[in-house]
Design a protein around this ligand. Sequence first.
Ligand code: ZN
Length: 182
Amino acid sequence: MSDDDNLFDWETRVRATDPWTSKAAAKKAMRSVTDKHRKVLEVHRAHLKGLTDWELEEICKDHGATYRTRRQELTNPEWFDPPYIVDSGRTKQNRESQHPDNERVVWILREYLDPTLRTPLEPSPPPPPPPTNAHYDKDGHFIHDHCAVCGAPASFGVGVSLLKGELGMWYCREHWPGNGTT
Ligand SMILES: [Zn+2]
């Protein structure tokens, strides 16, 4: 039993919280998935950007109607609702067909098209800068002139990495966490 088997289980096609009526509707629209359907889905699963029917047939080594028709059934909501395979919105020229100028629809697995089913690629926001009680004055001098605890002149820094823009927290000798008395 592989993960792929879940793809063919109508129970996974409706949310568990859906009322029984939508489950019934989903079941009604769920025709049997044949070995030929599985083959088409397998080929499409290996092609994230989708395939024209001609490309599908080329991979299946059969330019008869068999695989094209199975793809049509997998696209048809009367057969499978929601359909497994959908129109990608893109077309591609059939370079090696008998009609090389014809633009063919690129079909794609619904799960590859639906952006809500994809992992977002947005970069994570930068972490907030670490706290500091130091600063640069207007002349660019690094100023750490008072202890974070008592305000006395501060000569001892913690978490200072100026090359990384981390100015650190600064303390007098008495309050410096590094001296072991705090
Ligand atoms: Zn202090």
